[in-house]
Structures are given as structure tokens and as C-alpha cells.
Design a protein around this ligand. Structure first.
Ligand code: PLP
Length: 393
């Protein structure tokens, strides 16, 4: 090894050993199954919109795959989160605990309910909410009044907590559930990134009262745009369907709506793609695990960083592969991003923390030192399943 070999050049080399020297994007979908066949059926039968057999089929298959009792397909993951929160009882002037380290949709969905996101810290082991830190914080800052958790500083009810299974790695859900139970707070899982990820064999998104999945173009499977609400509660599932179909009452001809609903149902053409994608999910997950293992082997040789591994007892879908730099080399992050992107290897830093975004600066938050550190050190690597799929280009 040459003396002047920099960390950035070692990283470029390691990525190239795994993915080759041609340009690669961060994440792209793969359509190698029945997508065209199912789409053609939609067009031939004219069922392209929110009525059609693929929507129901997709919901049944999603429920079967995740083990959730019910799945309700909607237009995107953000809409799924919005309704999942509403069903958990989140309303005007409630506070909802949200990790600062997340995609903006998590916080946005809270504000769509008229509620206030309250930002909490993560732990490095899972990249998700730190249950112990949350417990200590709530002990100091909240009290139980009439069976509800009230923020002592604002006087508002803390109604729910939204764990995010970041990049597909499950949060420490068992301990988080117990903290939530102790403080009378509902759990709504943001499982947008974690289709295929499990905790002790149980699928993420089946632990909370409700959960949201996303099938955006960059997720593990895609429907173009799409999402789903998961729940084990038949009444909440019925409410989810009702609210997402403009709250229209069943009648042969009357247009009667018994509350203000939403036009959030997933169209049949999106669900058709979803059905075909779900059939390929097991092969995508195998490919992503293989990709992780190859990166792990290559990066074992590189000092001052590590590749993020699924938490113990969990199985991650490895949606986005992630490097974590040591704090001592965090200042080289942008040089590394430049070098890799210059070579056509698309790498990305993670999101801007929510409490640093203009619309969210004014909201309550706890000390966020772990999230701040993770953002300085985190780099997502090219992660498409097709990179390690046999017969894929
Ligand atoms: C993708 C994503 C969403 C939102 O999903 P869309 O389908 O893009 O609306 C929500 N939360 C997280 C953490 C996500 O990654």
C-alpha cells in the first residue's frame, strides 16, 4: 500500500471491488417479474384506478407476508403515516415523539394531524430511537395526568411515539414498547424502509397499534408511488379503508360521507406492479444481504470506519448500506463523498436532522448528541439489489 493512500481512495477501491467500475446509483428498482403482465391486465380490463382486484390482492399478500392481520394500500408512505397517526388518536395540539434522524415525511405526517413533533435522540447500535434515553427524558420532563402523558413544559399531551426502522435496521422495539407502555404513549411504527426486516422473527410494523410502509421508487419494492397501513385491529383497519376512500358510505347511488376523509386509496395499476414486486421480494432480500456481506468483507480491511450491521436478534432488509466513519475522520466525510461521486459511485450523506430544518426549528426536543454525531459520520453506499443478482446487468 502506498504511503499516500487516503481514506477516500481506500473507500473508492473497496466499493469498486464490490460493484465494479461502471457508474452505479444509490438505489434503483428492478422489474424482472410479472409487472408488464399485470399492468396489461389493468389496461385490458379498464380497471386502472382505485377499484380492482390487484389492490385487494396486494393487501392480502402484504398482510400474509408481514403477519399483520390487516394491510390497507394507499398512495404513498406519507399518507399511510398520516392515517396511521390519526387512527392511533393523534389530533390537534398533541405532541408526538419523532426521531430527529429521519426522512422529513415522519415529521410532516405529524403536522398534518395538527400535532407537534417533539424530537428525540437515537442510539448508534440501531440508528433508531434510544429507549433508555427516552425513558430518562420522559421521567424528567413529563407526568401522568388522568392516564395521559403530559409534557410539563408545554402542558400538551404526548400522545404517540414514532420509531423509524432506519435504513431497514429494526429499532430496539421491545424496550421502546415497554417505555411507551409505562408512559401511556401509543406506538406508531414508521416501517417505510423496513419491509422484510424482523425482530425475533416478527415483522417490523406489527408491534405498534398501527404502522406505515412505503413503496416509493427508492424502497426495497416499489409500486411507483405507494404505501400501506398495517394494523392487527379489525376496527382500525375498517377505519383506515373508510378514511382513505373519502369516508364514503356504502350505498348503490347516494354520495354520502360521514366525516372528512381523504382520497388516499392506491390505484389498481400501482397495486399491479406491487403484486409483481412482492413476488420478487425474497430474491431482493437475498441479494441485499449478499451485497452487505461483500461490503463487510471489503471494508474490514479499511481502518477508522465500520459498515452498519443488523442489530443482534434482528434481521435487517439491508435497504441502504451504510458506512459509519470514526469521529476522528468525520471531517473527511465530504472529501469521501466527492471522491466516490467523481468516480460515478453514488454515495450520499444522510438527511438533515429534523430540528435543523426551517419549519421544525421551533419545536420541542431533547438533547440530540448521538443523532448529531451520526449525521457527521454516516455515508450511504450504492445499495440496489440487482448489484448482486445472478443474471442481472
Ligand atoms: C420513504 C419514507 C417515508 C415516506 O414514504 P413516501 O412513500 O415517500 O411518502 C416515510 N418515512 C421514512 C423513514 C421513509 O424513508
Amino acid at each position: 500500500m502506498r504511503a499516500e493512500t487516503t481514506l477516500a481512495s481506500q473507500i473508492v477501491e473497496a466499493i469498486q471491488v464490490v460493484v465494479g467500475k461502471n457508474p452505479v446509483v444509490l438505489h434503483e428498482p428492478r422489474f424482472a417479474g410479472n409487472e408488464l403482465l399485470y399492468l396489461k391486465e389493468c389496461l385490458d380490463t379498464t380497471y386502472v384506478s382505485s377499484v380492482g382486484k390487484f389492490v385487494e390482492h396486494f393487501e392480502v399478500e402484504l398482510a400474509a407476508y408481514t403477519g399483520a392481520k390487516h394491510a390497507v394500500a394507499v398512495i404513498n408512505g406519507t399518507a399511510a403515516l398520516h392515517i396511521a397517526l390519526k387512527l392511533a388518536g393523534v389530533g390537534l395540539d398533541d405532541e408526538v415523539l419523532v426521531p430527529s434522524l429521519t426522512f422529513v415525511a415522519t415529521a410532516n405526517a405529524v403536522t398534518y394531524c395538527g400535532a407537534i413533533p417533539h424530537f428525540v435522540d437515537c442510539e448508534e447500535r440501531t440508528l433508531g430511537i434510544d429507549p433508555q434515553a427516552l425513558h430518562d427524558y420522559l421521567l424528567d420532563e413529563s407526568e401522568i395526568r388522568n392516564g395521559q402523558c403530559v409534557n410539563r413544559n408545554t402542558g400538551r399531551v404526548i400522545r404517540a411515539v414514532v420509531p423509524v426502522h432506519t435504513f431497514g435496521h429494526p429499532v430496539d422495539i421491545d424496550r421502546l414498547l415497554s417505555v411507551a407502555q409505562d408512559f401511556h404513549i401509543a406506538v406508531v411504527e414508521d416501517a417505510a424502509e423496513s419491509l422484510g426486516s424482523t425482530v425475533s422473527g416478527r415483522h417490523t410494523g406489527t408491534f405498534g397499534v398501527t404502522a406505515a410502509l412505503s413503496f416509493n421508487g427508492n424502497k426495497t419494492i416499489t409500486t411507483g408511488g405507494g404505501g400501506a397501513i398495517l394494523t392487527n385491529d379489525p376496527e382500525l383497519s375498517r377505519r383506515a379503508k373508510h378514511l382513505t376512500t373519502t369516508a364514503k358510505m356504502r350505498h348503490r347511488w347516494e354520495y354520502s360521507h360521514d366525516e372528512i376523509g381523504y382520497n388516499y386509496r392506491m390505484p389498481n395499476i400501482n397495486a399491479a406492479i406491487g403484486c409483481a414486486q412482492l413476488e420478487q421480494l425474497p430474491s431482493f432480500l437475498e441479494a441485499k444481504r449478499r451485497l452487505f456481506q461483500r461490503y463487510q468483507t471489503e471494508f474490514a480491511e479499511v481502518k477508522k470506519l465500520r459498515i452498519v450491521v443488523e442489530p443482534e436478534g434482528c434481521r435487517s432488509n439491508y435497504w441502504l448500506q451504510t458506512l459509519l466513519l470514526d469521529e476522528s475522520v468525520a471531517s473527511q466525510r465530504d472529501t469521501i463523498l466527492d471522491s466516490t461521486n467523481d468516480m460515478g459511485l453514488v454515495t450520499r450523506p444522510t438527511w438533515t436532522l429534523m430540528h435543523r430544518l426551517v419549519p421544525y426549528r421551533k419545536y420541542p426536543r431533547m438533547e440530540l448528541s448521538v443523532a448529531e454525531s451520526l449525521v457527521r459520520r454516516l455515508i450511504n453506499l450504492p445499495s440496489s439489489a440487482h448489484l448482486t443478482m445472478v443474471g442481472a446487468s
